[in-house]
Design a protein around this ligand. Sequence first.
Ligand SMILES: [Zn+2]
Length: 366
Amino acid sequence: MAYSVPKLTDWSADSLDKAVAALRAALAEETKSVKTEADWKALRDRWMARKNGVLTQINDLWLKAAPKDAKREVGRRVNEIKSFVEEAIANAESLKSGVVPAPEIDITLPGNRRKLGAEHPVIKTMNEIVGVFRNLGYSVEEGPEIETDYYNFEALNFPPNHPARDTQDTLVIANQQNKPLRDRLLLRTHTSPVQIRTMEKQRPPVRVVCPGKVHRNDAPDATHSPIFHQVEGLAVDTNITFCDLKGTLDHAMKALFGSSVKTRFYPSFFPFTEPSADVQISCIFCGGKGQRDGGPCRNCKASGWIELLGCGMVDPNVFGFVDYDAKKVSGFAFGMGVERIAILKYGVDDIQLFFNGDVRFLEQFG
Ligand SMILES: [Zn+2]
């Protein structure tokens, strides 16, 4: 039988407790039978409707009817009744079919931690190299990754059909056969075009480093990648000599690999420098001894030296392309592969790891 609010005649605490207990029992019984949306609405209205709902009746029949000296005690209980009725009705809503109860939240569990990002080891190394030259007063220049044949080859003293072009095979944009060769677009094979662009817009003295991404038509393996990064540098002024070049690069290698590192230069060839040199540093793994752990050092193939970068004095022909007077100014240029340096600094054994995007590898540098 549905609950109806009794009139009270006995206002003792004992009698009030009994009345409240009866109400609670009735409420529990009624909420249990809620199955549908309509059931729940009926329950809510029966108990909470402003006009003649159970709570309203309680207010009238119990609180308003109470004698003065019992009002306080009755009021306290009526407030209690109000809050537990509201709570029970709200809870009963989740009993309706089709409604999934909200999952209980365990606030003692650790939260989802959002991982902090970190610099990619290649970018980190590139910034370190750039930082060394910034400290020497060099500024930073960048240029387009899609270049014309003129900036990538011709202005750097690689004439059309010159065999030196074969050492820097690249990817060329398709369908340009009707353009003159010098205007054809390709993915730059080095950041040297930025040096030409810099000299075109700036008179000597020039001191710049050019960091950036370059491309070669190389199949990927442990030591080659069709994409890699370079930092090249250029200094042009009056009376720049090979000694300045040696001193600058020796300082840079010590700044990058530690003050005990030695450098040595030996002849090489690049179309845009004359004379040209390759630079080796003393092996950072065996201290230049060529032997490690009682056997030959495999990092330097027991030679004690590691080849790291190319450099040279700017070829006067290059100055001709940018309208610098080769009789008045001289300069040097150098270039290094960022991945190659990162591999040495961090002991990475496969260049592909830099580009695979494997977070387990990358987070070691965070
Ligand atoms: Zn070694």
